[in-house]
Design a protein around this ligand. Structure first.
Ligand code: ATP
Length: 619
């Protein structure tokens, strides 16, 4: 754990769980036992919803798998309690794996619907299956025994639960702050940008989903022992809603929020149980469910960030935001930059595109484009608005699937694959429409660029200490590229606060953090000041000297002609010219493409003028 508030939180929790029960009435301690059990599941659900951006409407299903498995194993077999708990949690995780594997590849709310269905199916299966005890369930589950001690009373059971819930919280907090947490945070801000930095969204989401089911499984095991009975209610939709409410009320993705939410909802539940029958005589559980629904709706409307948001608002200290500093790229010399051992020799083809085509309904955005880009060269892709430049980038980088044609990076076919495959081939890109990770600082954004150059996964991330050395390396490497693009003074500012031009530079730094061999820049000069443009041009030359292959889409034709080794010109999706800047300038088809454009398009007008001027000057 990195923050002081985490340590304070753990100490407070220890006091609440270990000492307060000694003085509180038994019913309060009994409710606290349920709250603690449910909080474990809520923490897992909060990770899934806040970190992985996925919703489970049937999380009680995994809770029930844990509870039933534990109940069956301890009452009907000789498997020791601890081993059966491990099996129970593993089964809950396996169930999530089977559900998540086909569904998490799809965008949208498929997981929410599937988990909702899973909860309903499990409830019905439990009711209809004699082996699972049908409506009566599994009963006679003893209280656990450890070291000759039986954890019978609410106070003792809380003591048994305490190390488990603390470990669950610490693991989750470490995970949020780890490489995996950072990557998932980035996915939530911009999935496409995170993918092009090498984040395998599907894999990480699946991992977090399985982990969150594991949390629910652990809660299920403790629930089974505490209640001594497991019946079909354990998979019930009402319980899933309760978990959901705990996670949402606390503040999605905030681990502590889920714990507080767990306690708040459980005590609210107790309260409603008393109050509802007074207000609605003869009311049953359904009325209580409506009560939860109302609370959930009110929280979402008035407090979308949950109790965590309320806490932050009340305790926010106004830290002075460092002023934007007009800076130039630090230490810009002229030597090669980011050369790396093992990079293909200059002149080796890095990117090979053949017959690349994209149809959008009746529109052909890109039409049979061929292009090779070698290590150590800058290739510019120019053309009037709507010529198909960005669509080309999107197809090459895996953001859009080509209708036809092939893309090879470093000799490997990658067309139709996802952007993280492009990144794994040591290639990345920036975006014309900025894709800033708005919830992170500049440094945080650039650190995501180190995803493929670091290794700590889910488990080591949860352990925290195991990731410390690598985290230091990530920070150092990220600061190095931040310095390179001249954003040193902005490194610790929230990325969302930066002016447009600097956000663009930050995207360049983020891409450089990947240490790519092939770099695609989509209009990197747009929004930059004159000095920043000159610095960026110099930076690109130095990267080229280091052996990087760079493809540039740029509207500033003058800058492009001065910078590029070769220029490809697109018009109406077709490559109409390819050659040195000199050859392209002199190409009548290119001049016509720019001159023949709509008079209303000032940018194309300027480009045409630049081309004409350069051509005229040289005559
Ligand atoms: P600009 O310089 O304005 O960014 P561009 O050269 O990058 O233009 P693209 O954005 O690649 O051009 O667009 C090429 C053509 O494809 C345009 O006619 C555009 O309207 C069309 N197009 C691009 N994306 C889509 C889409 N998702 N659906 C339909 N048409 C699209």
């Amino acid at each position: 754990m990195k923050t002081r508030s985490d340590v304070v939180g753990v100490v407070l929790l220890l006091v609440v769980l270990l000492l307060l029960p000694l003085v509180l009435p038994v019913w309060v301690t009994g409710t606290a036992v349920y709250a603690t059990i449910y909080a474990i599941a809520a923490v897992g659900l909060s990770l899934l919803m806040g970190l992985a951006g996925q919703v489970s409407l049937g999380h009680a299903a995994f809770f029930a798998v844990g509870a039933y498995t534990q109940g069956i194993l301890v009452t009907r077999t000789a498997v020791p309690g601890l081993l059966s708990a491990v099996i129970a949690v593993a089964l809950a995780m396996l169930a999530a794996l089977l559900v998540g594997l086909p569904l998490l590849r799809l965008r949208g709310h498929y997981l929410a619907l599937a988990t909702l269905g899973l909860g309903i199916i499990l409830t019905v299966v439990a009711i209809e299956t004699p082996f699972l005890g049908a409506t009566s369930g599994i009963f006679g589950i003893d209280k656990p025994e450890f070291g000759g001690r039986r954890y019978d009373s609410p106070v003792e059971y809380l003591w048994l639960l305490t190390p488990v819930v603390v470990l669950a919280i610490v693991g989750a907090r470490n995970l949020v702050q780890s490489r995996v947490g950072r990557a998932l945070g980035a996915v939530n801000d911009s999935e496409v940008a995170a993918e092009t930095l090498g984040v395998d969204t599907f894999r990480l989401r699946l991992q977090v989903f399985v982990l969150s089911a594991g949390y629910a499984g652990v809660a299920g095991v403790f629930f089974a022992h505490w209640l001594a009975v497991v019946n079909p209610n354990a998979a019930n939709f009402a319980l899933s809603v309760e978990f959901l409410l705990m996670a949402v009320l606390g503040g999605l993705g905030t681990v502590w929020g889920a714990v507080v939410g767990g306690f708040a909802v459980e005590f609210l539940d107790e309260g409603l149980r008393e109050v509802v029958p007074l207000v609605v005589p003869g009311a049953t559980g359904e009325v209580q469910l409506i009560g939860f629904g109302i609370v959930l709706t009110l929280v979402m409307i008035f407090l979308p960030g949950g109790l965590h948001q309320l806490f932050r608002t009340l305790t926010r200290r106004w830290a002075p935001v460092p002023a934007a500093v007009e800076g130039t790229a630090a230490g810009l010399g002229d030597g090669p930059l980011l050369a790396r051992e093992g990079r293909p020799e200059p002149g080796t083809v890095l990117l090979s595109v053949r017959g690349l085509t994209k149809h959008y309904g009746g529109v052909t955005a890109v039409d049979g484009v061929d292009l090779d880009v070698a290590a150590g060269e800058i290739v510019a892709l120019i053309g009037p608005n709507g010529a198909g430049k960005t669509t080309c980038f999107n197809m090459v980088s895996g953001v859009v699937e080509p209708s036809a044609g092939t893309v090879e990076v470093a000799g490997t076919r990658i067309d139709g694959r996802k952007p993280h495959v492009f990144a794994a081939a040591r290639a990345t890109r920036t975006f014309q429409n900025l894709q800033v990770f708005g919830s992170a600082t500049v440094l945080g954004n650039v650190m995501v660029g180190r995803h493929l150059r670091s290794r700590v996964g889910l488990l080591r991330g949860m352990l925290g200490f195991a990731a410390r050395r690598e985290e230091r390396e990530i920070v150092a490497a990220a600061r190095e590229v931040i310095d390179m693009v001249g954003l040193t003074a902005d490194a610790d500012r929230p990325a969302a606060d930066l002016p447009f031009g600097r956000q663009r530079l930050m995207e360049v730094a983020r891409a450089l953090a990947v240490e790519p061999d092939l770099l695609l820049l989509d209009e990197p000069m747009a929004g930059l000041s004159g000095a920043e443009r000159r610095d960026l041009a110099r930076l690109l030359r130095r990267l080229r000297a280091g052996g990087m292959g760079i493809v540039l889409v740029e509207h500033d034709v003058e800058a492009v002609l001065a910078l590029a080794d070769r220029v490809a010109v697109l018009d109406d999706g077709v490559r109409i010219a390819l050659g040195t800047p000199q050859e392209v300038r002199d190409d009548p088809a290119v001049v016509a493409a720019y001159l023949g454009v709509d008079d209303d398009d000032p940018e194309a007008e300027r480009a045409a003028q630049a081309l004409a001027e350069v051509t005229h000057d040289e005559r």
